[in-house]
Design a protein around this ligand. Structure first.
Ligand code: MTE
Ligand code: MO
Length: 200
């Protein structure tokens, strides 16, 4: 066998890929859910942004899908150590959702159908860093991966990308979500290997 085997030339191979520390590559798409998959009918679906007191914006499925959307191809990094590169999504950016929202809040807590929560600083979601995604690989997002719609915030560990999102609360102070309350890192940057609360 030659040093360079045919199928590899011109492809992204493990040797020229830089992964966050402690991660390995996978090509399948594992499903990680802390509970059963909620099935949300589109007629009942809504996404609400509130500030803890008042509703700031509310979209039903139709008005949400009428918003401009984007396709993005991103790398995913799960705290259980798998990384999946080049995943294609379609979604509405958080920049679009926040177009008419003026807030001095610095933190957010996402809520999901089925009760999962996770916290993300607001500045980590804006400037094309976060999307509410409703398609994966040109197909409607499968229920087990968070359909009808999930948060996608790929520069943080994947537990931050809440599946089955139904809303987010803007907060002046940070507040742990589900996994963060069980000892996962409050911020969760895979490149800093911020897996657990004791990590820098
Ligand atoms: N609502 C909800 N969102 C969730 C989870 C969950 O249990 N419930 N698991 C998180 C975790 S730990 C990971 S790694 C990813 C997994 O996404 P996937 O199942 O599409 O691979 O979803 C995240 N979002
Ligand atoms: Mo995870």
């Amino acid at each position: 066998m030659g040093i360079i085997s045919r199928g590899f030339s011109g492809r992204r191979t493990p040797t020229d890929v830089k992964l966050p520390p402690g991660q390995y590559l996978t090509t399948d798409f594992p499903v990680l859910s802390a509970g059963p998959t909620p099935h949300v009918p589109l007629e009942k679906w809504e996404f609400v942004i509130d500030d803890g007191k008042n509703v700031l914006r509310r979209w039903d499925w139709k008005s949400f899908r009428n918003l401009p959307s984007e396709t993005v191809t991103v790398d995913l990094h799960c705290v259980t150590r798998w990384s999946k590169l080049g995943t294609p999504w379609e979604g509405v950016s958080l920049d679009t959702l926040f177009t008419d929202i003026a807030t001095d809040a610095s933190y957010t807590l996402f809520h999901s159908y089925g009760d999962y929560t996770t916290n993300v600083p607001l500045k980590e979601l804006l400037n094309k860093q976060g999307w509410i995604a409703f398609r994966y690989d040109a197909q409607d997002l499968a229920p087990e991966h968070g359909g009808p719609a999930r948060l996608l915030v790929p520069h943080l560990y994947l537990w931050k990308s809440a599946k089955w999102v139904r809303g987010m609360t803007l907060m002046q102070e940070d507040k742990a979500g589900f996994w963060e309350g069980l000892g996962y890192h409050i911020y969760g940057d895979p490149w800093q290997e911020q897996r657990y609360s004791g990590d820098r």
